[in-house]
Ligand binder design. Sequence first.
Ligand code: PAP
Length: 330
Amino acid sequence: MHSHQSPPPSPIPKYLQANDLTQECRDIISSLPKEEGWVSNHLHLYHGCWITPRYMPGVLAFQKHFQARDTDIILATTPKAGTTWLKAILFSLLNRVSYPDLQKHPLLTSNPHVLVPFLEIDLYIENQVPDLTSFVSPRLFSTHLSYNSLPTSAKVSNCKIVYLCRNPKDTFVSLWHFTNKLRLKGTNSLEEAFDKFCRGVSLYGPYWDHVLSFWKESIENPQKVLFLKYEKMKEQPTYELRKVAEFLGCPFTPGEEAKGVVNDILRLCSFDNLSTLEVNKSGKLSSGEANEAFFRRGEVGDYTNYLTPEMAEKLDRITEEKFRETQLKF
Ligand code: PAP
């Protein structure tokens, strides 16, 4: 006999679930300003940063329990600034002695987000006080939180922060594509998403406040925060990688330079290499996002294919105004 039962509905991916929130979280969330979200229902403004309800427990636990060590390295980024790329680069850089054979490198079989987890999105969401003993020194973590929202210990310890941002037009276009991929149905109209982005309502936004928070710290405390731009990394990758290595206290030795280790790392972490690996074409993160969603075009200036000249001008104007007091230019 044939069964005419339809297959069970596919489960809602984890990144869209926020049903096991504690009462404390619910109380906090209900007291916060909210706006319609890009993927799930709402974004909430917590300490000047727009986050989803799902992230709230992780953010609270991270802020409350994380004890930074002086040797820690935290990669901080605005979403879609090139996080995946820099995760790969920092992982390869710091572990270059452990993995000299590039044919057996962990990046060939694991997505960078698995090798360098987010503190508030991965580690502290899974567990209020996660077991971090498997992280060998220097521990390498990442976060999307703004500098002001980091736990006190991350600010007062001597841990190092590598910050990466990207011009707001490409950041917006990348975020629009990414969030559309994560939605279960329908897409956000470009115009609506653009309006939200301009008003600061984007994941971990306002974008400009995020950039400014790390920029200020990098000026006041250049030993602590290294401020990088995606465009510069694309333009002068070897220069930027050497700079990162020096900042982290692990400069390339003359022997490594002679062997071409700098270019080996850049090739391994390049868009062309990572995006064509099987793991990144077909795998998924434990939170449910497809690995391939983190690799789209990986170019500078793709915004010209999506934004009208008026939209581009509007973003330029906002950026100029917000960064007026700074030397920051994109
Ligand atoms: P996240 O903040 O959500 O982790 P993130 O990795 O910052 O995402 O953003 C992905 C962007 O980086 C994509 O940009 P696009 O939409 O403009 O294409 C993605 O293509 C790009 N990207 C991913 N890997 C690399 C890489 N190895 N080199 C350069 N760009 C990359």
